[in-house]
Design a protein around this ligand. Structure first.
Ligand code: SAM
Length: 334
């Protein structure tokens, strides 16, 4: 029998019970501890310096929703839903669980403030903007980078399937973060040169990844601040999940810097969720709340992107859908 509307609402209201239980399992690295085989809660509690009874209750609750499973001898094992919580698997979700359950959860607790004022609850709770905070907390910044891969990792494949970069000579990934995007594009296009531009502390962490991916000779790493300028020298400027982090005036500053850096026949690719009209489910509509609460940005509709780009001197030429909710918004200089 399908749940009644009241039961569905109950699940929505208490959804954080599950998300925070997953956070706790991620915090104590339980999935990593089970990769060699099932273990009892008592054994896991000894390794993690936790309370055996409380840890048992946590794992039993998670097993009830398919994350871990308890066998008849009381040992817990990984399940398909628990596997991605291991930190050593491709596109691990552990960092996402840590980021969501920690600062983000505390920020969501203050959603009333953001809705009342239109301002970011993150700054109210943590006393500074998110990217400044990450600059001062290297452990959190490393988790943020990993979480970006967990959320956006497969998007690069979808962008590559939807967009042909063969006539691009130099691609600048503005706010390129941990490099997962540019590494994939450079790997698929061996004649392409790349520039990864991001804040100094991010570029430092990304250098090793670029080297171990074997693309250092084709990828220039440039540290800077896109509110001051972006590097010249590319023909394609690629901004994925950058414009949505900022309000219109801030986004305009970044776009205008791209305009200045670009040659007259250059291309701008803004990769974002474009909010569709109507009531259909669309993750971007929820991510929009994350943007409101945390960095102070927003997800935008097609008319909003068209007008923002026009104010920065661009003409929106095409919106190319991908296999996910993400679209590639292509713009040229007017
Ligand atoms: C939401 S992440 C997106 C990362 C990457 N483009 C992706 O799609 O995975 C935003 C990125 O913008 C970078 N960033 C934030 N403020 C910046 C600034 N003032 N100048 C340059 N990069 C900045 C952050 O360090 C981060 O890597």
């Amino acid at each position: 029998m399908s749940p009644s509307p009241a039961q569905q609402l109950d699940r929505m209201i208490t959804g954080y019970w599950i998300s925070q239980a997953i956070y706790a399992a991620a915090r104590f690295g339980i999935a990593d501890l089970l990769k060699e085989g099932p273990r009892t809660a008592a054994d896991l509690a000894e390794t993690t310096s936790t309370d055996a009874g409380a840890l048992y209750r946590l794992l039993r609750a998670l097993a009830s929703v398919g994350v871990f499973a308890e066998d008849s001898s009381g040992r817990f094992a990984l399940t398909p839903l628990a596997e991605p919580l291991r930190s050593d698997v491709g596109q691990s979700k552990r960092a996402l669980a840590l980021m969501s359950g920690d600062e983000q959860f505390l920020t969501w607790a203050d959603i009333e403030y953001s809705i009342r004022t239109g301002k970011t609850a993150f700054e109210k709770v943590f006393g500074q903007p998110i990217f400044e905070y990450l600059g001062e907390h290297s452990d959190k910044a490393a988790i943020f980078d990993e979480a970006m891969t967990a959320i956006h990792g497969r998007e690069t494949r979808d962008v590559l399937a939807a967009y042909d970069f063969s006539d691009t000579r130099v691609l600048a990934d503005i706010g390129g973060g941990n490099g997962s995007n540019i590494i994939q594009i450079l790997t698929d296009y061996p004649a392409l040169q790349g520039i990864l531009f991001d804040l100094p502390h991010v570029v430092e962490r990304t250098r090793d990844r670029i080297a171990s991916a074997g693309v250092s000779d084709r990828c220039q790493l440039i540290a800077g601040d896109f509110f001051r300028s972006v590097p010249a020298g590319a023909d394609t400027y690629f901004l994925r999940h950058i414009v949505h982090d900022w309000d219109d005036e801030e986004a305009l500053t970044i776009l205008r810097h791209c305009y200045t850096a670009m040659p007259s026949d250059g291309r701008l690719l803004v990769v974002e969720s474009v909010i569709p009209p109507g009531n259909e489910p669309f993750t971007g509509k929820l991510l929009d709340l994350v943007m409101l609460l945390i960095p102070g940005g927003k997800e935008r509709t097609e008319p909003e992107y068209r007008s923002l780009l026009a104010r920065a001197g661009f003409e929106l030429s095409r919106i190319i859908p991908t296999a996910t909710e993400l679209s590639i918004i292509e713009a040229v200089k007017r």
